[in-house]
Design a protein around this ligand. Structure first.
Ligand code: KG4
Ligand code: ZN
Length: 344
């Protein structure tokens, strides 16, 4: 089975071809990602209108490149999948409309994929993880701990009551004068920083429900940054490195604490999970991965984190989620509407 996947919900225009083998495992035949980072950098965050226009400009080329690299034509596909939300509506519209047009012309079924579901199922493509598993979804827009018990079967155990973790990285970076996206910047600076220099808070640590709160941590970074700034509002390299390392460590500690609570809750409600799975862009963070590996091991669980290229937004995860749905018989009508909001 061959599925094309298109992703345009945020600031990456992406397309990929995934083949599902006879044993049910997936093979990525191509995975093309065109990031818009430079387009949004001057604004310190994603500008929806700029994103939508950029998607329109490149989506055809990105899709053709994905088919080319796979050595395929659109008519070779068994299904055409696109993220149909949640995300920036102008962008979602671009990918979904492209997929609809291709489905119409080729006569192949359309699969409208939930972007969050695609993140949630990626570990089954990369590591063949079996249900049920505990998912930590950490991206720019979402922070959730979910019990994944099947395709389309997700139970929310905890979520953020304010900022998403990726958003907290982006905002903390901005406060320190670092460019967007902040996650990779902070990780880079933190490499030479002292994670123990600043005593930043660990919000909600020890609470019995696995929820998150990040805004207090961000405020603590703001206070330290403002205290250390020179008259022209600049921080020294050392201060940026130490503050980055301290922030990153605080986030990792919070995530570890919240995940421990979620593992216990999962066991009470759903039995033994096969793994703790991480998904979403923040999953690319090495410190987070190291701390979570310790947490999982101490509770007798395997940790599965897809490679960074498949943690951040990409077309392969959409194609794979499309394939997972398609083989269960789910397809979607050509009048499927794009959705800005679409909770799992
Ligand atoms: O999943 P994703 O690519 O897009 C969304 O659906 O949101 O996640 C993007 C988010 C951004 O907030 C970015 O700063 C964060 O993931 N991120 C990271 C790292 N790489 C990306 N955060 C921490 N460390 C990283 N290495
Ligand atoms: Zn995402």
């Amino acid at each position: 089975m061959l599925v094309l996947g298109i992703e345009t919900t945020c600031d990456e225009t992406a397309a990929a071809v995934v083949r599902v083998e006879k044993d049910g495992r997936g093979t990525i035949l191509s995975n093309v990602v065109r990031a818009q980072i430079e387009d949004h950098a001057p604004y310190g965050g994603v500008v929806p209108e700029i994103a939508a226009r950029a998607h329109v400009e490149v989506v055809d080329r990105v899709v053709l490149e994905a088919l080319d690299q796979a050595g395929m034509r659109a008519s070779d596909m068994d299904a055409i999948a696109s993220a149909a939300g949640p995300g920036l509506i102008g962008g979602v519209l671009v990918g979904l409309t492209t997929a609809k047009a291709m489905a119409l012309v080729t006569g192949k079924p359309l699969i409208a994929v939930n972007h969050l579901e695609a993140h949630a199922l990626t570990a089954r493509l990369t590591d063949n993880v079996a249900f049920p598993y505990l998912l930590l979804l950490v991206s720019g827009g979402h922070t959730q701990l979910l019990a994944v018990t099947g395709v389309g079967a997700y139970a929310k155990l905890g979520t953020t009551i304010d900022d998403a973790i990726g958003e907290a990285f982006d905002k903390a970076a901005k406060l320190m004068g670092l460019p967007y996206p902040g996650g990779p910047e902070i990780e880079q600076r933190a490499l030479v920083g002292n994670p123990a220099r600043f005593a930043l808070p660990r919000p909600l640590a020890g609470r019995p429900e696995p929820d998150f709160s990040l805004s207090g941590l961000k405020t603590a970074v703001r206070i330290e940054a403002e205290r250390l700034m020179d008259d022209s509002g600049n921080l020294s390299e050392t201060d940026v490195a130490d503050l980055s390392a301290s922030f990153q460590q605080a986030v990792a500690d919070v995530v570890a604490d919240r995940s421990r609570v979620a593992i216990r809750l999962f066991r009470q409600r759903f039995g033994e999970p096969t793994a703790l799975v991480v998904a979403g862009g923040v999953g690319a963070n090495q410190t987070l991965k190291r701390v979570l590996a310790e947490t999982a091991a101490s509770m007798g669980l395997a940790l599965v984190v897809p490679p960074p290229k498949l943690c951040t937004d990409n077309g392969a995860m959409i194609a794979w989620a499309g394939a997972e749905r398609f083989r269960l018989g789910f397809t979607d009508p050509l009048d499927t509407a794009p959705r800005a909001r679409w909770p799992l």
